[in-house]
Design a binder for this molecule. Structure first.
Ligand SMILES: Nc1ncnc2c1ncn2[C@@H]1O[C@H](COP(=O)(O)O)[C@@H](OP(=O)(O)O)[C@H]1O
Ligand SMILES: [Mg+2]
Length: 315
């Protein structure tokens, strides 16, 4: 496992030309750092999950109705400290779920790390095992590098823009590609266990794919798709919305494996725009029937809105 201390890694400059050879070399060096940080973070998070941490008490508090534990805070600090020690603050900005304040708005750096130290905190607390660590590097508004770690399966997924998706475990590292050859009725859809609302329930009941299962954490849902245990993920905001750190890393892991991840209207997701919320309907798939499912989701929501005048994607 790659868990060696990265504090000694030398600082190296970033080049703004995304597809130059020099940049690709730098991106692969940055990926090595991000993977090491991912494994280290997984080991720390797992120690809280299994009660072997020095201070295993989770001290659960609630912020905007979402639980936050000492594990979220400790892992956030670990990831930020390690990345900043290796890469500095001059060329990179850092957004972590646990340090972000809504008044921060848009980070002015071209290169911004977007970090969710513990995605699926509710599942972490209720011990379903479905929780993940997300680390994404965004250039402008789009992800170029991603690491998603699932501590309970001891698997780390990584992707770079144009470089494909890989899964790493004690057995080594393998490329992952999704395949698509099922009729729409046979697709398996994964959805949140704990963030559901009336509009989402209505949508789920009216989609052509009725094989549906609840999984905690966006990272766990998306990796279920790249592992071909599921085909589609749908997210629909209500009074609150998922955030940039929930989506940025999982999105690149899926799209580099051949999947698609868009708003229901087909538009790509954007990150670090100044509004950290990912409002509206999002559909992730292994690419098959993506457009038709997006259309059906939009039509179904329009029908729902005509029956329930109160519904809007923000409220
Ligand atoms: N409607 C919503 N409002 C706020 N956060 C949401 C949300 N839907 C999903 N999320 C966030 O997305 C992550 C995965 O949720 P779920 O397991 O329900 O799919 C959680 O992140 P955190 O655990 O990092 O807070 C959760 O807070
Ligand atoms: Mg999250």
């Amino acid at each position: 496992m790659l868990c060696k201390d990265i504090l000694t890694v030398e600082y190296f400059p970033i080049h703004s030309n995304l597809f130059s050879d020099e940049f690709m070399k730098d991106l692969s060096e940055i990926l090595t750092i991000a993977r090491e940080v991912g494994w280290g973070a997984a080991s720390l998070l797992s120690s809280y999950y299994h009660g072997t941490a020095e201070e295993p008490n989770l001290d659960i508090k609630y912020k905007d109705n979402e639980p936050v534990t000492l594990a979220d805070l400790a892992v956030s600090q670990y990831i930020l400290t390690k990345l900043q020690a290796a890469l500095g603050n001059e060329e990179f900005g850092y957004i972590s779920e646990e340090t972000y304040k809504s008044q921060h708005g848009q980070n002015s750096h071209e290169w911004v790390w977007i970090i969710d130290p513990l995605d699926g905190t509710r599942d972490f607390i209720t011990k379903t095992g479905e929780y993940a660590i997300h680390i994404a590097l965004v250039q402008g508004t789009r992800p170029v590098l991603a690491v998603v770690v699932i501590p309970e399966t001891k698997k780390l997924y990584y992707a770079t823009k144009g470089g494909g998706t890989f899964v790493e475990s004690v057995n080594g590292s393998y490329p992952l590609k999704v395949t698509a050859n099922k009729p729409i009725e046979d697709l398996t859809l994964v959805v949140s266990r704990s963030h559901r609302n009336e509009a989402l329930e209505y949508l789920l009941q009216n989609l052509p794919c009725q094989n549906q299962k609840a999984i905690g954490s966006v990272g766990c849902k998306i990796t279920a798709i790249v592992e071909q245990q599921a085909d589609i993920y749908i997210s629909l905001s209500g009074k609150s919305a998922p955030k940039d750190w929930d989506m940025a890393a999982p999105e690149l892991i899926l799209t580099e494996a051949g999947g698609k991840f868009t708003h229901f209207n087909g538009q790509p997701l954007e990150y670090n725009t100044g509004d950290i919320n990912q409002w509206g309907g999002l559909l992730a798939s292994n690419s098959q029937h993506h457009e038709i499912l997006c259309q059906k989701a939009e039509q179904t929501l329009t029908k729902f809105a005509s029956q329930d005048g109160d519904y809007t994607v923000k409220g």
